[in-house]
Design a protein around this ligand. Sequence first.
Ligand code: HEC
Length: 110
Amino acid sequence: MNKYTLCRKTVFLGVFAAIFAAFVPSTGWAQAAGQWRDANHVYTKICANCHEIGVGPVIKGRGLDPEYYQTVARHGLRAMPAFRPTDVDDAMLRQVGEMLSKSPAPGGTK
Ligand code: HEC
């Protein structure tokens, strides 16, 4: 590898990083905190994408502790990504936990 190819690679990486940095904050889960209507809105827009389709386990109707939902959502758990306060703030996450803790299992069975 000569100096020229090394240089081109560096430029390529730089461009890639710039594109990445420009796109990531505006895509994916990047909903501004505070734009959620209620806990159910958060659940259907975020959690259900995995938890209603078999990517993650069913989390409704299992009698899980409200705080457990908050902790897992904030810190992640093995295969599950963590959500930042800018994705969902603490107050809303608490409501999500309380709502899910009381929700019946999907399909009405336990
Ligand atoms: C990108 C997919 C994905 C999203 C989005 C997601 N989860 Fe998860 N979740 C998972 C996976 C996968 C697991 C299982 C993790 C493991 O055991 O490796 C999991 C596990 C959990 C658990 C633990 C369940 C148990 O049996 O102990 C809770 C609680 C949970 N998620 C809550 C939430 C909440 C609340 C949200 C929405 C804020 C959410 N998850 C969004 C993928 C997701």
